[in-house]
Design a protein around this ligand. Structure first.
Ligand code: MN
Length: 235
């Protein structure tokens, strides 16, 4: 028997899967903060791995946007930023996972943009408030189709690049992640029961910056995927 609802529930957020006609249903979106040294420094919050652990924020799954779309310049900001990231898609449940077992949880990978209202994020940061207004807003989680891992080794290198209108703005390598993917899954699974449908944005390299209406973004993680986004008019 189907449930009776007062109004039509929202569709399940999902992503296309390369080589499959089935889609990947997205349950949660975790994002890692400050996971490349050069980006942490540009944000004036350097990271000492010896004494610090990774930290996370989340985006509501309904914020998901497929690669190739046009999103309006969002309300409430004068400093709308891109952050190009490698995304991990979880395919198997895991809780308190050892680094050595982390690869078993990975369904695949994607290229994503953690779009950010930087002005609102920084106000929240300075006031010790949550980052939601800066990070968890409508259409802020852009993601390519999922590329299945198919048993290959964990992605631990590969150029990560973002171009705006054909000009390179971010250029680094996944090998520069402060906490690599097994370390992230081991750490995050101390705090959450990871499950199929969980996406993890692994952090952005240096070179974050603003976009304006009309800008065309192309991001790429070598050997994984490309992500495309166009910035529309202000809403
Ligand atoms: Mn980010």
């Amino acid at each position: 028997m189907t449930e009776k609802y007062l109004f039509q529930p929202a569709a399940v957020p999902s992503l296309a899967v390369v080589g499959s006609d089935a889609r990947y249903p997205v349950g949660r979106i975790f994002c890692v903060g400050r996971n490349y040294h050069a980006h942490a420094i540009e944000m004036a919050r350097p990271v000492d791995k010896a004494t610090m652990r990774p930290f996370y924020f989340t985006k509501t799954p309904s914020t998901l946007v497929a690669s190739g779309e046009t999103v309006p310049y969002p309300t409430g900001t004068e400093n709308y930023h891109y952050e190009m990231e490698l995304v991990v898609a979880i395919g198997k449940a895991g809780f308190r996972v050892a680094e050595a077992d982390a690869a078993d949880l990975i369904y695949g990978y994607a290229a994503g943009l953690d779009m950010t209202r930087r002005d609102l994020q920084l106000v929240a940061r300075e006031q010790g408030r949550p980052w939601d207004l800066g990070k968890d807003f409508e259409r802020s989680a852009v993601c390519s189709a999922i590329v299945p891992a198919n048993g290959r080794a964990v992605v631990d290198r590969g150029e990560i690049v973002l171009e705006v209108n054909g000009e390179t703005r971010q250029s680094s390598d996944v090998s520069k992640l402060i906490w690599d993917i097994p370390e992230l899954l081991a750490d995050l699974s101390q705090f959450y029961h990871l499950q199929p449908g969980d996406l993890i944005y692994t952090g952005t390299p240096e070179g974050v910056g603003p976009v304006v209406s009309g800008d065309r973004l192309v991001g790429r993680v070598a050997g994984v995927a490309e992500v495309h986004l166009t910035i529309g008019e202000r809403e």
